[in-house]
Design a protein around this ligand. Structure first.
Ligand code: C2E
Ligand code: MG
Ligand code: MG
Length: 634
């Protein structure tokens, strides 16, 4: 059979008569052959064929290329002669499987995007417009080829912008949600466990604020790289026996210092723990930024799917609240989501918003708990303890809200109020003729880390007229483990003013001798947990005895807290402990009750005028006898 192309080709070669449809066809010589005097219309068509910005290819019913324009040949990095005579699929990837149903349907009419191959085998994307046209009674296809490499690149760039985080190159929130949706669907299908982890860096804000955003960005890049290295390392956690396809881990950055890991195909929730531990370990390694060596630390919240029956937003919320729980549990750790947690977090947020206005609404008050010497029962001082009275509810104990104040940063403001109010109230007590008592004020680590803390204390003392040498700051051990130089400077500043420092709840933290030696500490307060079982528990006896010995060897006073029975007091006295505090002596008392309590014990001299500030320091100490260690107070 002679196809139309043969006829055209023959004509292009100048042999054979023109056909009846010659005015519709390419009847003039193509780039394949030298032209034979074309008519004006054919000449125009030939011009279009040769100069069209798109490449033009004509192939016959069998799919063999019969004509190729110079532009098409240039796109394919070949000459027209090299293109012609070859099956079209050599040059253009068919749109459906050629072998399945050969011929016409492999390149159906329409506009498509596919790949084209150059002569050297390299590929590039093309937009292909395929039309069928009968030429000389034979079906033929005209292919218009347009190189869309640039368009693809732009599309890719736009998609990258929309889907990836510019700083770390990790998937952003948009792509994260996309991937999470797919992972959840796969987990449902394959019934294999999937974990969603929310990570939040523990110290990022401080680092970013102090070292600047440039180093902050670099830190985030290093964290991203570490996370990716971690998930590569734990690839063995993934079950390979499930029907599920798709990537095992996706690390994303949602913004700020918030990262997520989607871990698919896990054998169990324990595998999620293995991964979480590995990440915590990796994050625990210091990060080197210029000359700085930083410890970032991270908290991880984990939500499991499909065991947690929820939708995408629900799962994200679960992982997020689990992360808060991890932070709450003390940072540098992981936590799973549970239903109770949702309630817990909701209550916490509610409390935070209530606490935000508690100072101006005057909902805070202070109680004072007396301390006494164990040898002669003399009252030495009081500790100020914060109380919160939200309207319409009973008093909320500090253990329930101090943490919320700390996490929200409100502690700075509230802590300042406590210090000021306690100094004012105790100075007033003195003016009324009560004895000179020491005042202990609890400071949280966050307050103590304020660079201007010593100055703030000095200003407060000046404003309130309270004596520096009657003030004692109570700190907890954890604080001394971090940031040595700044801590040492603040402690030295306080010591210079004559303010004393006590180590509260001693024995529950790191209890390291070396830091006790290094820092200026005046008093150790034995934690109540070692007092509760005295005198019977031999271990607690041993611990309390050791703390007393350690304190004394470092010239510190030792105070026992939460002393509730006379036996405990006796036992502590025998150990050589200096002072006691606890319900045995008195419960924490509001100011009016404290006045009454002191009066009952005849600790109230005649009222006298407040001495001039410069005279204050030289006043003789009023050591007033208390009859015996009295019974529990009100
Ligand atoms: P803390 O400084 O160790 O205070 C001792 C806690 O033990 C107080 O609890 C006190 O009421 C309680 N307590 C005293 N004697 C006894 C006793 O004989 N038996 C028992 N079981 N408990 C006794 P509170 O007032 O609930 O305070 C709890 C913690 O909250 C304090 O522990 C302190 O760490 C913190 N806190 C209290 N006020 C403030 C404050 O103004 N600022 C800061 N940063 N923390 C505060
Ligand atoms: Mg205390
Ligand atoms: Mg304590």
């Amino acid at each position: 059979m002679t196809s139309w192309v043969n006829k055209v080709a023959a004509r292009l070669r100048g042999s054979g008569p023109p056909s009846a449809g010659a005015d519709r066809t390419i009847t003039q010589p193509s780039p394949l052959a030298p032209p034979a005097a074309p008519g004006p219309q054919a000449s125009l068509l030939l011009h279009l064929f040769e100069h069209s910005a798109s490449g033009l290819v004509v192939c016959d019913a069998e799919g063999t290329v019969r004509l190729c324009s110079p532009v098409a040949a240039a796109l394919l990095a070949a000459t027209p002669a090299e293109v012609c005579g070859q099956p079209v699929e050599v040059w253009v990837t068919p749109l459906i499987d050629f072998t399945a149903s050969a011929g016409d349907t492999a390149l159906p009419a329409g506009q498509w995007e596919t790949q084209a191959q150059r002569l050297d085998g390299t590929e590039f994307p093309v937009e292909l417009t395929v039309s069928e046209t009968p030429l000389d009674g034979e079906p033929a296809r005209v292919l218009v080829l347009r190189d869309i490499t640039d368009r693809r690149l732009n599309q890719q760039r736009l998609s990258d912008l929309a889907n990836y985080d510019g700083l770390t190159g990790l998937p952003n929130r948009t792509l994260f949600r996309d991937r999470l949706g797919q992972a959840m669907a796969r987990a449902r299908r394959s019934r294999s466990a999937m974990a969603l982890m929310f990570l939040d860096l523990d110290n990022f804000k401080v680092i970013n604020d102090t070292l600047g955003h440039g180093l902050g960005d670099e830190l985030l890049r290093q964290v991203a790289a570490r996370l990716q290295a971690c998930v590569r390392e734990v690839d063995t956690l993934v079950r390979r026996d499930t029907a599920s396809d798709g990537g095992a881990f996706t690390v994303s950055r949602l913004g700020g210092d918030e990262f997520t890991v989607i871990a698919e195909n896990l054998a169990s929730a324990e595998s999620a723990v293995v991964l979480a531990r590995r990440i915590l370990e990796a994050m625990d390694e210091p990060v080197h930024l210029n000359e700085h060596q930083l410890h970032v630390g991270t908290s991880i919240g984990i939500a499991m799917y499909p065991s947690e029956d929820t939708d995408l937003d629900g799962l994200v919320r679960h992982a997020d609240s689990a992360m808060y729980r991890a932070k709450y549990m003390g940072k540098g750790t992981y936590a799973f989501y549970s239903d109770e947690l949702t309630l817990e977090v909701a209550a916490r947020l509610k409390m935070e918003s209530e606490l935000r206005h508690a100072i101006e609404r005057q909902e805070f008050a202070l109680c004072y708990q007396p301390k006494a010497r164990l040898d002669d029962g003399r009252i030495t001082g009081v500790e100020a303890l914060l109380r919160w009275h939200p309207p319409g509810r009973g008093a909320v104990p500090p253990d329930r809200f101090i943490r919320v104040l700390e996490d929200s940063g409100l502690i700075l403001q509230v802590g300042h109020w406590v210090l000021r109010t306690a100094c004012l109230e105790m100075a007033a007590l003195r003016r009324e003729g009560f004895p000179r008592l020491t005042l202990a004020v609890n400071l949280s680590a966050r307050q103590f880390r304020q660079p201007q803390l010593a100055r703030l204390v000095a200003e407060t003392l000046q404003d309130t007229g309270f004596d520096a040498d009657c003030l004692e700051i109570e700190l907890t051990e954890g604080l001394l483990m971090e940031d040595h130089e700044a801590t040492r400077l603040t402690l030295a500043g306080l010591a210079e003013m004559g303010v004393r420092v006590a180590m509260d709840d001693f024995g529950t933290g790191y209890s390291s001798l070396s830091y006790l030696k290094r820092f200026d500490i005046d008093t150790l307060k034995i934690d109540g947990s070692f007092v509760a079982e005295l005198p019977d528990d031999p271990e607690d006896r041993a611990i309390a005895t050791a703390i007393v010995a350690m304190g004394h060897s470092l010239q510190m006073r030792v105070v026992a807290e939460k002393v509730e029975t006379a036996e405990q007091a006796q036992c502590l006295h025998e150990m050589g402990c200096d002072e006691m505090q606890g319900y045995l002596l008195s419960r924490p008392l509001p100011p009016a009750a404290l006045r009454a309590w002191l009066r009952e014990r005849h600790l109230h001299g005649p009222a006298r005028a407040e001495p001039a500030p410069e005279a204050r320091r030289s006043l003789p100490r009023l050591d007033i006898e208390v009859d015996t260690v009295p019974g529990a107070g009100p």
